[in-house]
Design a protein around this ligand. Structure first.
Ligand code: AHR
Length: 337
């Protein structure tokens, strides 16, 4: 059975054990000791990591976390930035296979279209760990685990945040939605989670405009300007990330409206600039999506390299919180990203 993040849950552990056994068989040298660069008596692990791009503040924090955690763990990191293009990620993964790295990790820009390259990694005996975003595959043995957030739950949390923001309000609520990158797991699942709560509990809410802003400030600004031209009656903006919300704030101001008052804004991420906007009352609530995945990823890499990948959960989730505007100023100084 395929669950909401596209995982085949049944038999997943068995399949993960299968791929790891196959990897150990094909690359016995990968798990044997030769030099001691880590100080732990084993060969230094080489990790090939393909990042989505540098589209947002969240992504910058995620990249920094991966690089710092690799350094702290004594892992040799090969890093590449795919500039939001799937073909660049596929090329990077193929290059890591050719370089015979020990483990491959990537944050897939979109959910579909990975089976061929993942099968190539499997055939080469190189285990794959997904980070941040999931993929849709009919073969669960093509990756060992995912380190990342539950985006559908984030969408549900955003709807519950809007309930708080609208407390006391009666009557219809017209919502504009700025979607993340089309086909990306966080865009699909945040929209789904939000719509689920809306359908179950809020017949008075309606999404009157919804379009991708590609998770960028420029995209959020441009799409919000078009929304405002087409609709003079937007009550709420639900933005799939802070960067698009920050871009949208500029368009709302340019249209002579006050962000956070005339148009209430709920967004996702919790990056520093999102908190700054929230402390000014321009964003009303933020659902945190934690980008600091590096330490959990490096722990998983070490476990997989030690041949114990089958002991890992299929999905290693992150800790996250929600913040309302009245908490923003107090929380801002301690934000880590
Ligand atoms: O996959 C996580 C999402 O990607 C973040 O919410 C967004 O800011 C980033 O671009």
């Amino acid at each position: 059975m395929i669950d909401r993040r596209g995982f085949l849950t049944a038999g997943a552990a068995v399949s993960a054990a299968g791929i790891l056994a196959a990897c150990a068989k094909k690359n016995p040298a990968k798990s044997s000791s030769s030099s001691d660069k880590t100080g732990g008596g084993s060969k230094q692990i080489t990790l090939g990591f393909s990042q989505v791009g540098s589209e947002s503040g969240w992504r910058a924090a995620n990249t920094q976390s991966v690089k710092e955690a690799a350094k702290a763990a004594g892992i040799n990191l090969k890093f590449s930035d795919a500039q939001q293009k799937q073909e660049n990620q596929i090329s990077a993964i193929r290059s890591y296979i050719a370089q015979k790295v020990d483990v491959i990790s990537f944050s897939p820009v979109v959910v579909t279209g990975w089976d061929t390259v993942l099968k190539e990694a499997k055939a080469a005996g190189i285990p794959v760990i997904l980070t941040d975003r999931s993929v849709e595959t009919s073969d669960p043995s093509l990756y060992v685990t995912l380190v990342g957030s539950d985006f559908e739950i984030e969408g549900e949390r955003a709807a519950h945040m809007l309930e708080k923001v609208l407390a006391g309000h009666t009557g219809p609520v017209k919502i504009a939605q700025l979607e993340g990158t089309t086909g990306a797991a966080p865009a699909i699942e945040r929209a789904k989670g939000f719509a689920k709560i809306m359908k179950a509990s809020h017949p008075e809410w309606s999404i009157i405009a919804s379009q991708t802003g590609d998770f960028t400030r420029a995209g959020g600004k441009q799409v919000m300007a078009a929304f405002l031209q087409a609709h003079s009656d937007i009550d709420v903006l639900f933005s799939h990330n802070d960067d698009m919300a920050i871009g949208a704030i500029q368009s709302i101001q340019a249209a002579g409206k006050t962000p956070g008052k005339d148009i209430k804004i709920v967004s996702v991420d919790g990056v520093h600039d999102g908190f700054v906007a929230m402390s000014k009352g321009q964003i009303n609530g933020i659902v945190e999506c934690n980008p600091l995945l590096g330490p959990q990823l490096m722990d998983a890499v070490k476990t997989v390299h030690a041949g114990k990948g089958s002991t890992l959960p299929r999905w290693i989730k992150t800790q996250e919180t929600d913040y309302t505007a009245d908490q923003a100023a107090a929380a801002l100084p301690s934000r880590k990203y």
